[in-house]
Write a protein that binds this ligand. Structure first.
Ligand code: ADP
Ligand code: MG
Length: 251
């Protein structure tokens, strides 16, 4: 069964039609990479899936729960409380980490489990330490975000998202704010999660990484999904000339 189904999703900002009939389906354990030129709507798609933005048209089903559905030509969302619960199935990792600057690393990881999931402080801290070990940062539990490198910050952000035990982890260009020498440590963590069959949706410009980690790749252009396929189909032998020229420019 699909963990995530998106049907004919449409989103506009003012008069700008940004997402145009986007369909997406993600199976449990699958890693999907979303690639495409800047401004094609990749971030907006992730933000709509996370309900940080609301689509005007289309349907979103998360873990079998219909969170947004078109009625009389307009998309209606679940009531706030139910939507908040449904959104807990999703984790989000942003380009700029978005760590809480006034909290140390451990507190960044335990805040939501304690306050949202009502996990005990001790249990939240134990889980957080396990996750920090997993991302190689157990020795930085007491550090503040300003004391971390970009690569460390992003690894903390990944651990923080995992602390809520999401069914799907979404990444929006997780390495594009990093110095090149720091991208490897973050990609390595994501590769480890893929090997453990974490379900992931990753917007990325790192084609080598997409090829290695993704089971499915979709190419977005001007608010539409232009082509989808396996990494080999899409990144090595795309049908669309538009994709070929996009890939050639990255070389
Ligand atoms: P990508 O992530 O592929 O670079 P985005 O989803 O960020 O693309 O943006 C797609 C289009 O939507 C762009 O034209 C952008 O200017 C516009 N857009 C995105 N967010 C907003 C917003 N909050 N208000 C107005 N326009 C927006
Ligand atoms: Mg973007």
């Amino acid at each position: 069964m699909s963990v995530l189904e998106v049907n004919k999703l449409n989103k506009s900002f003012g008069g700008t039609h940004v997402l145009k009939d986007v369909d997406l389906s993600l199976e449990k354990g699958e890693t999907m990479a979303i690639i495409g030129p800047s401004g094609s709507g990749k971030s907006t798609l992730l933000r709509c899936i996370n309900c940080l933005e609301r689509a005007e048209k289309g349907k979103i089903i998360l873990d079998g729960i219909t969170i947004a559905e078109e009625k009389n030509g307009i998309t209606e969302y679940l009531p706030d409380e139910q939507l908040r619960d449904a959104r807990l199935h999703l984790g989000m990792v942003f380009q700029n980490f978005n760590l809480f600057p006034h909290l140390n690393v451990l507190e960044n990881l335990t805040l939501a489990p304690i306050n949202v999931d009502h996990v005990s402080k001790e249990k939240a801290a134990a889980t957080a330490m396990d996750l920090l070990k997993k991302v190689g940062l157990a020795d930085r539990a007491d550090a503040y975000p300003c004391e971390l490198s970009g690569g460390q910050s992003q690894r903390v952000a990944i651990a923080r998202a995992l602390a809520m035990d999401p069914d799907i982890l979404c990444f929006d260009e997780p390495t594009s704010a990093l110095d090149p020498e720091l991208t490897g440590e973050v990609l390595q963590v994501i590769k480890g999660l893929a090997a453990e069959h974490m379900t992931m949706l990753i917007v990325t410009h790192e084609m080598g990484f997409a090829k290695e980690v993704a089971s499915q790749v979709v190419f977005m252009d001007d608010g539409r999904i232009l082509e989808r396929g396996t990494p080999d189909e899409l990144l090595v032998n795309p049908k669309e000339a538009r994709i070929r020229s996009f890939l050639d420019k990255l070389l």
